[in-house]
Ligand binder design. Structure first.
Ligand code: HAM
Length: 426
């Protein structure tokens, strides 16, 4: 026997016993997005590598060590997208979606990062992302945050903390960067290897270190908030005021810097303690410089992305039940005429009873073996067709979830009964 081929490490199959949960979450999110007037955009999974280098930043973890890149047959360097913002901006510029207009967009799909796989961290993972373009004020920052909060409410997720910070303008950050380099250089003996490297390339990322030995050092570091420019301060206060007015609680986290370089002003993360080390389920912020950076006209922008695997894990952790996909009816048929009639009857039922979930036995088998399948799939009822009953124009209906008696009914009675199942669940 030849060796079995298995899925790639960190890239998961989504099996039928959980795919209905994904569908539930995705449908909820779509309905929340519709209620805010956001439109879907679908971008390719593969882009030019350079797009990500220029947007996410050459010296970020993602670009330095996590991207799946490969040469195309013509020699171009291509990359599997590690996130959606860069591709979304590229598509908007390419198709003129940002000319004197605002855009409220969303996308969903697979992203790829060559990280060390662990619970909540995968090499292929799914994001739902939201991006709003062409709006300056803090009202749109508030809108995307409120939208995410509504989504948590809709799917029943609690236990999330909103952490929020302002990174200010590039100039304010450059000034802060200098102060930070000075501080960390004076304490170089306490930096780990990664942080020493970052001191040269991206010192703000040192604040993000997970190394417990550096906790004190980072805690005592100067804070960005003290270097914020006046306009960014006003913007941030405006945002917090809207959040307060709408009852959204948050924690100001002056150490929140994010791992992608394109942010300015507002950054935020929704964080849980329920998922261990990978506790950020949703993250984003403002990125007013990115459109220009990749070839468009200066355009304000803000957005976020949530990690679907982590949302699904949260539902499980909080024991939140979602409606499952079990069929309402399983049709059991035995007999020369009954079997072909089962297919005909199923089609008639689907024509008549909107929304019915119905499985028709396929592949024959005895009544007993068909009933076994009916029970296994979790259907509420079995409809039973035999040649004799068919002659008389009647069908047997047997409830499968309790021990109540089988009854006989005509097609019209059957339809009434099934409509009742759909409308009232019995
Ligand atoms: P990000 O923080 O890199 O931001 O990712 C957003 C979310 O994707 C994370 O909070 C997490 O839930 C999920 N995620 C990231 N990496 C993994 C992984 N390896 N496995 C499982 N889940 C993961 C962005 O991607 C930005 N594009 C967000 C954004 C949109 N900012 C503005 N607009």
């Amino acid at each position: 026997m030849s060796k079995k081929i298995q899925a790639i490490r960190g890239m998961n199959d989504c099996l039928p016993d959980v795919s209905y949960i994904w569908q539930f979450v995705e449908a909820k999110f779509r309905s929340v997005l519709n209620s805010y007037g956001y439109n879907e955009i679908r971008m390719p999974i593969v882009e030019m590598t350079d797009l990500f280098c220029r947007s996410i930043g050459e010296v970020t973890d993602i670009v330095e060590k996590e991207m799946y890149t490969f040469p195309d047959r013509n020699g171009d360097s291509l990359a599997l997208r590690p996130e959606g913002t860069a591709g979304c901006v590229r598509a908007c510029i390419e198709h003129g979606l940002l000319h004197n207009q605002q855009q409220r967009l969303w996308y969903a799909g697979q992203m790829f990062r060559h990280e060390r796989p662990q619970k909540g961290r995968y090499r292929q993972f799914n994001q739902i992302g939201v991006e709003a373009f062409g709006i300056d004020g803090p009202d749109i920052d508030a809108e995307v945050i409120l939208l995410s909060a509504r989504f948590w409410k809709e799917i029943g997720i609690t236990d999330l903390e909103l952490q929020i910070n302002s990174l200010g303008t590039n100039e304010a950050r450059a000034e802060y960067r200098e102060v930070l380099v000075e501080y960390f250089s004076a304490n170089k003996d306490q930096l780990d290897e990664d942080s020493c490297r970052r001191l040269e390339t991206n010192p703000l990322r040192i604040l993000d270190t997970k190394n417990p030995d550096m906790k004190q050092l980072v805690e005592n570091a100067p804070v960005l908030t003290d270097y914020l420019d006046e306009e960014s301060k006003v913007h941030f206060e405006g945002l917090l005021k809207i959040l307060d007015e709408n009852g959204i609680s948050y924690r100001l986290n002056p150490r929140l810097v994010r791992g992608l370089d394109y942010y300015n002003r507002t950054v935020f993360e929704w964080v849980t303690t329920k998922l261990g080390a990978q506790g950020t389920v949703c993250a984003g912020g403002r990125y007013d410089g990115l459109v220009e950076q990749i070839g468009g006209k200066p355009t304000s922008a803000v957005g976020f992305a949530l990690g679907l695997e982590r949302i699904i894990a949260m539902l499980e952790e909080l024991n939140i039940q979602v409606p499952c996909n079990t069929p309402d009816v399983y049709i059991v048929a035995a007999g020369e005429k009954a079997q072909p009639h089962a297919i005909y009857l199923s089609e008639q039922i689907r024509d008549t009873v909107a929304g019915i979930k119905l499985i028709t036995n396929a592949g024959g088998g005895s009544f007993k073996s068909q009933f076994k399948k009916a029970n296994k799939c979790g259907a509420k009822f079995a409809i039973i067709i035999g040649d004799d009953e068919l002659e008389k124009g009647i069908y047997g209906v047997k409830p499968l979830l309790d021990n109540s008696e089988q009854v006989e009914c005509s097609f019209d009675q059957l339809v009434t009964k099934l409509q009742d199942v759909i409308n009232n669940g019995n």
